[in-house]
Write a protein that binds this ligand. Structure first.
Ligand SMILES: Nc1ncnc2c1ncn2[C@@H]1O[C@H](COP(=O)(O)OP(=O)(O)O)[C@@H](O)[C@H]1O
Ligand SMILES: [Mg+2]
Length: 234
């Protein structure tokens, strides 16, 4: 457990209030009044069976989709399509998906530098950051490798670097090790936890792997379209 855990004075970095979301014009009700908060620096595992709405919730936090009702805030910024969404996506939120979603044909370095170009970061600063992150993730020797020549674990570590290039305050991770074998999954997850801890990042990670979930500061569960926090786990 980290020092931030249980600290009532910690800043709320993620906040959802009464979120409702359905698909197919209301035929598929997914989120039915989700309220949730996470403090600065906390790592939170979002658990629940496939199809319960974990990805949907992450997409709403990242501004990739809009709720039918309710609100989300990231780092105090109200996530909606009108206000500050680009700034939020460039600087405050990083995403890691189950499949790495890297651009084939480009090198590791090129993939990681794309978000810094979108953010208008000075190239030298961006390359410094890339060096630091690839060193932390054991990828220094792979910088100029095209994505298709990297192993599954290396690709997921690259995706992690890319997500952290702009120094986001929040990392949203959707089954980040779900496509990897058990051993590689454990290694990538160690790195992920280590990086978010040292950078003070708030992590919300969807997973159905209980052994990974239990290593986070908090474990919450999606059930019947709502979030519950099993008290015995904390
Ligand atoms: N774009 C979409 N259109 C229609 N149904 C969707 C869409 N996205 C998700 N769903 C449905 O919403 C439910 C929740 O999906 P999802 O959030 O992906 O769950 P999880 O990530 O927990 O597996 C599922 O029943 C899924 O089929
Ligand atoms: Mg999902």
């Amino acid at each position: 457990m980290k020092a931030t855990d249980g600290n009532d004075n910690g800043r709320m970095v993620l906040r959802a209030e009464e979120l409702w979301k359905s698909y197919d014009e209301g035929a598929i009700g997914v989120l039915k009044g989700v309220s949730f908060e996470a403090r600065e620096g906390q790592s939170v595992a979002l658990c629940g069976p496939s199809g319960c709405g974990k990805s949907t919730l992450l997409h709403l936090f990242g501004g990739l989709d809009t709720p039918d009702r309710g609100h989300v805030w990231v780092n105090g910024v109200h996530v909606d399509r009108q206000h500050g969404l680009l700034r939020l996506l460039r600087h405050e939120v990083g995403f890691v998906f189950q499949l790495h979603n890297l651009i084939p044909g480009l090198t590791l370095a090129e993939n990681c530098l794309i978000p810094t170009m979108a953010a208008g970061t000075d190239r030298r600063v961006a390359i410094e950051r890339l060096r630091a992150l690839t060193e932390r993730t054991g990828l220094s020797h792979r910088m100029d490798h095209p994505i298709q020549k990297l192993s599954g674990g290396e690709r997921q570590r690259t995706a992690l670097c890319r997500a952290l290039m702009n120094k986001p305050r929040v990392l949203l991770a959707d089954e980040p090790t779900g496509s990897l074998d058990e051993k590689t999954s454990a290694q990538v997850f160690d790195l992920l936890l280590n990086l978010v801890a040292t950078e003070g990042i708030t992590l919300l990670m969807a997973t159905h792997d209980l052994s990974l979930a239990q290593r986070c500061d908090r474990l919450v569960e999606m059930r019947d379209g709502k979030i519950i926090e099993p008290s015995h786990v904390r």
